[in-house]
Design a protein around this ligand. Structure first.
Ligand code: CA
Length: 765
């Protein structure tokens, strides 16, 4: 049967797992051998990739198998074959079976890594991709779009795969419906491990999308079941359903920010899914849009997300909506769902002049809501008369507008057999039958590829003592491994004549009770590059040796695109004499970089000619930005020529949660009056989604400028002590204040305190 195999292809013997049928298969060692084996393949052929690294291997598996005898592509030993560099795989034909490929250390040169098509005309049918891994196989250009696994054709199955760490823009797994050969597709997506997807800070960070708005009225009939979504937090939509008649069943969403969004298309079934927010920020459940959607028997726990990322969100639609906007919710059935300790049920969400079509002919029944306290969880933005509420249960009173459809009953919680905290009423667990066979992190994906967390926490490695001197710190940084802590043990100066690149998670910290000083001679003390994260504690940063040029910084990011997010933590540090020339910043970021968190606490900033940080380098007005969570706590800023902070997120996109800014107990003295301060403000925020500025003092400082663009941002400004120089300027087309805007302008109350942990700054009444 292997007659046609060329002499240089070796033969190995395989014992098939299900029986005694021994079948010969073809071991191939390079792309040329692979191509020849594919040319000769017939139904029943197995092509085996030899162990090793396949670099820049673009594979096309094309052929016709049969249901009984598929054409198989597999590997010699699972986990020992990796496709690296510029590799990818296309499948075309029918009854193809791909198993065990690992893509890592590179990125696809095309726009897909594994694709169920050769080209627009030649697709794959009845084919299966199983136990394949795509791990951090991200384009280095953060905003260069690609997708990792793309389904075309019909009757295909994607199961037990492991997809983790997509860092560039583009959906992780997509089902396309862009030709008649790809609709009514009956694809099955099951038992996959969707590993952590970091916040993208842009639209295009979905983990799964089925269809596009253009084809959203087509039936897709894709089934998505028994998958595990582990911290899939790319954007607002973990899943974006954009076609009709799909089913999402028995999936687990673990600490994933965002929601399963029924964005376009009708007749979707969302049943028996489990959303475990565990009180993590921005965790959501299900967002309902369009007609004939069924949302039943789902469970949510500790979901904290607000607005579009609520535990359950029913949207308003646009009358006569174009395909790419919002169709009215009609005939929705929302029943038998259980939400425990989840904060937000949003009805008629997104109601505005455009989205004015309220839900109609819908029912909301037999749902159970357990809360720890009496806080209201329902928010109603518009007329809910088109939703019939019936036989729902809550343990605290609900809004008058829905109370007819609720019974208020005493409840407690008991862990069920699956480990879910389930409400118990009168001694009876309400849904012991819910989601009886949940997927776990262990039993999805492969059993041979590690699901261990790849992110390394600050301080999780070893401690490396560092003596004062010239380049002692630089040298220590270069030998440190991810998680290590460099301990500055001498109360002297640490000088650097070169810029260390921070390419992994590092902590630099002073021994207790000493105050070492870092000096540097180049344009920055540190540069965070792709993969890096930096924590600084107990150190003085003195700019006196910095070059006499403009544009210096203490910490800067790479000026090149970073496809991994970084974080920066600064605690109990002093920054001073950053004024040898103009525009000397503390933190300087570049375009195409993104911070998960910039956290600064208990630190002093004095005599700085530039900005403390200008996170405003994404200026394309497409909803992208430079940092997600920014916190300034208990800090003193004095004599800053530029702004303390500038944030920019332009455009009308509503796909992201951030940026989020929290300023608490800080003092600002003489801020923003440098002649080169183009921002003309002490704080300038454009398009931020959550702004909290509280318990702080502004003395002789420029204005606080806040421009709100889209997304009903939460703005809380409270207990500010403002001298007459400083005004709060609010502008924008969607001012939406959830908190209180409160301005004190009594100059006699201005008093600056030393910010320190034990005696934090506070508003002086
Ligand atoms: Ca999206």
């Amino acid at each position: 049967m292997e007659k046609k195999i060329l002499f240089f292809l070796s033969l190995v013997t395989f014992v098939m797992p299900y029986g005694l049928i021994a079948q010969e298969s073809t071991l191939v060692r390079n792309v040329e051998e692979f191509d020849k084996a594919v040319q000769l393949a017939q139904a029943g052929t197995t092509i085996v990739l030899a162990n090793g690294i396949w670099k820049d291997a673009e594979l096309l598996l094309e052929g016709k198998g049969t249901a009984e005898k598929p054409i198989k592509l597999t590997v010699e030993d699972k986990g020992k074959v990796t496709l690296e560099g510029q590799s990818n795989l296309r499948l075309a034909g029918s009854y193809l079976h791909v198993e065990g490929l690992v893509f890592k250390n590179g990125f696809t040169p095309t726009s897909e890594v594994i694709s169920f098509r050769k080209n627009n005309n030649t697709l794959a049918y009845h084919s299966r991709v199983t136990e394949c891994v795509i791990d951090h196989y991200s384009n280095p250009e953060r905003h260069e779009q690609d997708s990792w696994l793309v389904l075309y054709g019909k009757n295909n199955r994607v199961d037990h795969n492991h997809l983790e760490g997509k860092g560039n823009i583009g959906v992780t797994l997509t089902v396309r419906l862009n030709s008649k050969n790809s609709v009514e597709n009956n694809h099955i997506i099951e038992h996959n491990y969707f590993g952590p997807r970091p916040t993208l800070g842009s639209n295009g960070g979905e983990t799964l999308r089925i269809g596009t708005s253009h084809y959203s009225m087509e039936n897709s009939k894709t089934i998505v079941r028994n998958n595990y979504f582990d911290r899939c937090s790319g954007e607002l939509e973990i899943i974006s359903n954009k076609s009709c008649q799909n089913t999402f069943e028995n999936n687990v969403f673990y600490e994933s920010e965002g929601t399963l969004t029924l964005r376009h298309g009708n007749e979707t079934t969302v049943k028996g899914n489990v959303f475990l927010g565990n009180r993590k920020p921005n965790t959501g459940g299900i967002r309902v849009i369009n007609g004939q959607q069924t949302v039943s028997d789902n469970y949510g726990y500790g979901l904290t997300g607000f607005r579009f990322r609520g535990a359950l969100v029913v949207m308003n639609g646009v009358p006569n909506s174009p395909l790419n906007r919002y169709f009215q919710v009609a005939d929705a059935v929302i029943e038998n769902n259980v939400f425990v300790d989840s904060d937000q049920i949003q009805l008629c969400a997104g109601s505005d002049a455009e989205r004015s079509a309220t839900p109609i002919h819908s029912v909301f029944k037999n749902n159970t809501f357990y809360r720890k306290g009496p806080e209201k969880i329902f928010t109603i933005y518009d007329d809910i008369s088109g939703i019939k509420f019936d036989k729902n249960t809550s343990n605290y009173p609900v809004l008058d507008a829905v109370k007819k459809g609720f019974k208020i009953k005493k409840m407690n919680l008991i862990e069920d057999e699956q480990g879910l905290m389930m409400p118990v009423i009168n001694g009876k667990m309400i849904r012991p039958d819910l989601a009886p066979t949940l997927p776990t992190k262990r039993n999805v994906g492969t059993d041979w590829y590690s699901k261990e967390d790849k992110r390394v926490a600050f301080g999780s490695g070893k401690v490396i003592p560092v003596k004062a001197g010239i380049n002692t710190l630089y040298d220590a940084i270069n030998i440190a491994r991810a998680g290590d802590q460099l301990l500055l043990t001498e109360d002297g100066t640490y000088e650097m004549s070169k810029i260390p690149l921070i390419s992994r998670s590092l902590t630099i910290k002073a021994t207790e009770n000493i105050r070492p000083v870092v000096l540097w001679e180049k344009k920055a003390a540190f540069e965070i590059v792709n993969g890096g994260a930096l924590s600084l504690e107990g150190i003085v940063f003195d700019g006196e040796n910095a070059p006499d040029y403009s544009g210096n910084a203490v910490i800067r990011t790479s000026r090149y695109s970073m496809n991994q997010n970084y974080s920066l933590k600064i605690v109990n540090c002093d920054f001073k004499n950053l004024d040898v020339n103009h525009s000397f910043d503390v933190i300087k970021v570049f375009k195409n970089t993104f911070a998960d968190a910039i956290y600064i606490a208990d630190s002093q900033f004095e005599n700085i000619s530039g900005n403390v940080m200008a996170l405003d380098k994404e200026t394309d007005d497409i909803g992208i930005y430079n940092a997600q969570n920014v916190s300034l706590l208990h800090c003193n800023f004095k004599n800053i020529g530029g702004a303390v902070i500038s944030i920019y997120r332009g455009g009308k996109d509503e796909s992201t949660f951030g940026p989020l800014l929290n300023i608490d107990q800080c003092s600002f003295q003489n801020i923003g009056f440098g002649s080169r301060n183009k921002l003309q403000s002490a704080i300038k925020l454009y398009g931020a989604q959550q702004i909290m500025i509280k318990n702080s003092i502004f003395d002789h400082s420029q204005n606080i400028k806040i421009h709100l663009v889209v997304g009903e941002p939460i703005v809380e400004i409270d207990h500010l002590n403002l001298s007459p120089h400083t005004k709060i300027e609010m502008s924008g087309d969607q001012p939406y204040l959830l908190g209180t805007l409160y301005q004190k302008t009594k100059p006699e109350e201005i008093r600056l305190l030393k910010g320190d942990k034990n005696q934090p700054l506070g508003y002086q009444n």
